[in-house]
Design a protein around this ligand. Structure first.
Ligand code: ADP
Ligand code: MG
Length: 351
């Protein structure tokens, strides 16, 4: 009895941070269905600090990050975060318009009144159920946004800073939207990315690399448990990329934030505790990364290695010129209310 209870407790404590089961994400356009994700089973533990996600263009990397951040919902399968189901939202309703076959141009005026009347009748009949559906959807989107505010930091290629806010205000806005205003922590993050003393500057008074570091600070300032990066170093030269990754991952290790970073850069796997490869919406391989080999060694060795890593991070912090952004979602989301995040960042592009 007591044993079973203990076991349940232990299981609760070891709930994976992320658990995807049979996740598929289907997109249908022009009558054709594409499986952007095609049966993903994935568990990430909290100790897995840095997970690199590689794969060719179109393999589903961005879709996977969007599902993890609840900006998108699986079509099938389940997503649990610390053992709890993550809220999902239905796709927006398709609007199909009634129209008659195109007659001779001279006859068109005869057809218009018919089309208009049929559309009006359709709209009147459908209005109540559409209103209900869109209310349900709005509520679901809000639940997703709330999940995201509490748990997710996001780092993009663009910096997405607000030009009329200072460095500190940019960082604190992200905290405010997450409901976790904490000036001391914001200042701490700003100095950790090497921008000590620059908190009162406006983005236009900083170099591109410095702006990107503000974005890193912003993504980490709200104490998210999961940091997602979609090719955050995609715009950087290789030296700068290494420096930025050192800063970003050094902080993640120290704060025990799990980071899932999409990259095309094989050399970055040296920073990874785990390396995932996607192809055609499926996980092709799932390996321990170079940084993951620390796990098997003795604690002392591990501590040494981590201390050295911290030293390296400290040394490179100052000259970092880098590219990243985080915190919330898009610049649009930052300018508006937090509710906008879901809509602003919802994938509606086509490649
Ligand atoms: P990656 O980030 O690895 O380049 P994506 O996740 O962006 O890949 O896309 C995976 C596949 O899903 C691609 O074939 C892409 O065209 C398709 N896809 C992604 N988003 C949408 C969408 N909103 N509508 C239709 N197809 C999409
Ligand atoms: Mg992508």
């Amino acid at each position: 009895m007591g044993g079973a209870w203990l076991q349940t407790m232990a299981e609760n404590f070891t709930s994976p941070l992320i658990e995807l089961r049979g996740v598929r994400r289907l997109y249908t356009s022009a009558g054709e269905t594409v499986a952007a994700l095609d049966g993903i089973d994935l568990e990430l533990k909290q100790g897995e600090v840095v997970v690199m996600l590689l794969g060719p263009s179109g393999s589903g990397k961005t879709t996977l990050l969007n599902v993890l951040s609840a900006m998108d919902s699986p079509t099938e399968g389940t997503y649990r975060f610390l053992g709890e189901g993550v809220p999902t939202a239905p796709d927006a309703l398709e609007t199909t318009r009634f129209s008659l076959p195109m007659p001779h141009p001279l006859l068109q005026p005869l057809v218009w009144p018919i089309e208009v009347s049929v559309r009006l009748i359709q709209a009147t009949i459908r209005a109540p159920s559409r209103t209900m559906a869109s209310r349900r959807r709005a509520k679901a989107l809000e639940a997703q946004a709330s999940f995201r505010r509490r748990n997710i930091g996001y780092v993009f290629q663009q910096y997405n800073l607000l030009g009329d806010l200072t460095v500190l205000e940019n960082v604190m806005l992200a905290q405010e939207i997450a409901g976790a205003r904490d000036r001391t922590h914001a200042m701490d993050m700003i100095s950790r990315v090497g921008l000590e003393g620059l908190h009162d500057r406006f983005p236009s008074e900083l170099s591109g690399g410095q702006q990107q570091r503000v974005a890193i600070a912003r993504s980490l300032a709200k104490k998210a448990q999961l940091l997602l990066g979609d090719e955050p170093t995609g715009n950087l030269d290789s030296e700068t990329t290494q420096q930025v990754m050192d800063v970003l991952l050094g902080i993640c290790r120290k704060e025990q934030v799990t980071a899932v970073i999409v990259t095309h850069d094989e050399s970055l796997t040296q920073h990874a505790t785990r390396v995932l490869r996607l192809d055609s919406g499926r996980l092709q391989s799932d390996e321990r990364g170079a940084a993951g080999t620390l796990v098997g060694k003795s604690k002392a060795v591990m501590k040494d290695a981590l201390d050295t890593a911290e030293d390296v991070v400290d040394t490179v912090r100052r000259p970092v010129e880098a590219a990243i952004h985080g915190g919330l979602a898009t610049a649009k989301a930052l300018t508006g209310v937090a509710k906008d995040i879901a809509e602003a960042a919802r994938p509606n592009r086509k490649e």
